[in-house]
Design a protein around this ligand. Structure first.
Ligand SMILES: [Zn+2]
Length: 155
């Protein structure tokens, strides 16, 4: 019978053979990481790998669902707010990075509203059209009057 561990291929750091096998596997006491002893069948090197869950910021959404923070999605959202105009890619990246930094300051858990409000706060200073466009999407306005109120803030 094939050892199940053998499917967890890892390239040998010495001879680059792709099929090193796991000879021992154990969790740390908290169960948050797994240490594996591996053996390369070609050069006989024994080496250790550590497996750890790697998860970034968890976003808690208004409906209670949780998902991993997605920087690409934030970038897309901000980019869409500008409608492909008025902001160079460099400025857009700097803006997204500034927003991302504020989100990171919250730790590894953040409310989706915080992300929305942070984006809005930044957009408000830069471009009111982008601000209103983002607000209309992000806040998921239930009706047009909410949207008009936001627009009226500028007048
Ligand atoms: Zn090897």
């Amino acid at each position: 019978m094939k050892n199940l561990y053998n499917i967890l291929y890892m390239v040998c750091p010495f001879c680059q053979l792709e099929e090193t096998s796991v000879v021992d596997s154990r969790k740390n006491s908290e169960g948050t990481s797994i240490r594996r002893r591996r053996n390369c069948s070609a050069c006989n090197l024994r080496f250790t790998t550590y497996e750890k869950a790697s998860i970034g910021i968890i976003v808690k959404k208004r409906n209670g669902n949780r998902e991993e923070f997605n920087l690409e999605k934030l970038y897309q959202g901000v980019q869409n707010a500008f409608g492909g105009q008025e902001l160079s890619e460099k400025k857009l990246k700097a803006l997204v990075e500034a927003i991302h930094n504020e989100i990171k300051e919250q730790g590894n858990k953040v409310q989706s509203e915080f992300i929305g409000e942070t984006v809005l706060k930044h957009l408000k200073d830069i471009n009111e059209v982008a601000y209103v466009r983002f607000a209309s999407v992000y806040k998921e306005f239930s009706d047009a009057s909410d949207f008009e109120k936001e627009v009226a803030e500028f007048n």
